[in-house]
Design a protein around this ligand. Structure first.
Ligand SMILES: [Zn+2]
Length: 443
């Protein structure tokens, strides 16, 4: 009994119809919708809900345990999230963002890719394997987040201590992240399956500049606002130094065989040729972000009237910290380069994740399954600039990998948090085939 793909597509469309929009505070969330979604999973996947142990963490994060033949062996954990980012009502080809329409061989709506496809993908796979009487060799776990899009403070960050308390340590964790990108990525003609080994950290700080309050007819040489502007100017013109981390080195080495002639020989030894490849990588903002911690100014406020000197000017910066550095290192760099007087107030601070290893049985198992389901794809480990729930699970696992088995074109990847998010049914079929392959070949 293989998964019937039409039925899986119907279920994904139905999943999309729940507007499970997450917010930082649970009070702002329409929690009834989240409960209804969990109820929908229960009725749609009866065998799974009958045979697996299910624990609800913090009310809305279900954690499932599928007991294996030998529960004393190291278990494996799969992650997915069923919350979504908000969507504009207008501009959708097929009705609104939560209509869950199936048309032209596609499932339309917010969450059809990110990340309800994974939720439904795992559910369908588990349900059908249970129906076949399949028994995993060791325990399999599945944990669903309900606020991944807003940092997982009430979901993942509550699930992790629950596992920690039980003393469970996973061989590996698999979450969303990389995908199979169809089309020219990083100059390679072949489709590229990217596996996220690590994530940069996101850290937000406010920088506060003090000035004299008073009448603007007799101004000092520098107002608080002027100082803030000078600070931003200096920081933007003096980015952090570029460095080659181990993950990016591995990424470049994996790309090398697919590049033409001399480029191939250079990329095969990224450390040696770093001075040569650095300028090219820094020219593109995507690849530049892989080489350094970045600082982006995102919010500022100051002043109350056109003729009053502002007492204070405040700007917020979002730091994305690269492996090998801490947010404190970046702050020290800013202080040193500007030499200015300001106060720093942390808003939300995280540090970079540990990089997963490619030299493990789990990575071999993962890439083996990718090779069989996406035989034309080149497999490349990479560093993610964005974040997923999986970063919180590091302490619970030997390695954390980030890969969603969907073959997507660049324009489809771009739809993820935008209008007309949609997933082709045949791509959902690949996903189901991959999850099945990954499970049945687990030893
Ligand atoms: Zn996601």
């Amino acid at each position: 009994m293989e998964v019937k793909i039409e039925q899986a597509a119907q279920r994904l469309a139905e999943a999309v119809r729940f507007p499970t929009i997450s917010h930082f505070s649970m009070e702002e969330m329409d929690l009834d919708v989240f409960s209804s979604f969990l109820g929908f999973l229960k009725t749609s996947y009866p065998l799974l809900h009958h045979k697996l142990e299910r624990t609800l963490i913090n009310g809305y994060s279900p954690v499932y345990r599928w007991p294996g033949k030998d529960s004393s062996r190291q278990p494996v954990l799969f992650l997915a999230h069923y919350d979504v980012v908000p969507a504009l009502e207008e501009g959708w080809t097929h009705e609104g963002p939560f209509s869950g329409v199936i048309a032209d061989g596609l499932v339309w709506g917010r969450g059809s890719i990110d990340d309800k496809s994974s939720v439904i993908g795992w559910m369908e796979t588990f349900e059908s394997l249970l129906g076949e009487g399949y028994e995993p060799p060791r325990d399999l776990w599945l944990a669903l987040g309900f606020d991944e899009e807003v940092n997982g403070g009430n979901g993942a960050q509550k699930v992790v201590p629950w596992f920690a308390e039980k003393g469970i340590h996973f061989e590996f964790v698999l979450d969303e992240g990389g995908a199979v990108s169809d089309g020219s990525m990083i100059g390679i003609k072949e489709p590229v399956a990217v596996i996220g080994l690590a994530e940069k950290a996101s850290a937000c700080f406010e920088f506060i500049f003090k000035g004299e309050e008073g009448h603007s007819s007799t101004p000092p040489a520098h107002t608080s606002l002027g100082c803030m502007a000078e600070f931003i100017y200096k920081v933007e013109r003096n980015p952090m130094p570029a460095r080659l981390t181990e993950t990016v080195e591995q990424m470049l080495q994996s790309i090398a065989p697919y590049m033409p002639g001399i480029q191939s020989r250079i990329l095969a030894r990224p450390k040696l040729f770093f001075p040569l490849i650095r300028p090219t990588l820094l020219k593109n903002k995507q690849t530049a972000a892989l080489l350094r911690s970045t600082v982006a100014f995102t919010v500022s406020h100051s002043g109350s009237a056109p003729n009053i000197l502002p007492k204070e000017a405040v700007c917020t910066a979002n730091l994305r910290v690269l492996q090998g550095e801490t947010s404190a290192d970046v702050l020290a760099h800013l202080q040193k380069l500007t030499g200015m007087d300001y106060e720093v107030r942390p808003i939300a601070v995280e540090e970079p994740s540990r990089a997963a290893s490619t030299d493990t049985a789990a990575y071999g198992h993962l890439t083996g399954a990718i090779g069989r389901i996406f035989p034309d794809a080149v497999i490349i480990p990479y560093l993610m600039a964005g974040g997923t729930d999986s970063r919180y699970y590091e302490e619970l696992a030997d390695n954390v990998y980030r890969f969603q088995p969907l073959r997507l074109k660049e324009e489809e990847l771009a739809l993820m948090h935008g209008t007309d998010e949609r997933l082709a049914i045949d791509k959902l079929a690949d996903m189901l085939a991959f999850y099945r392959e990954l499970l049945v070949t687990l030893n």
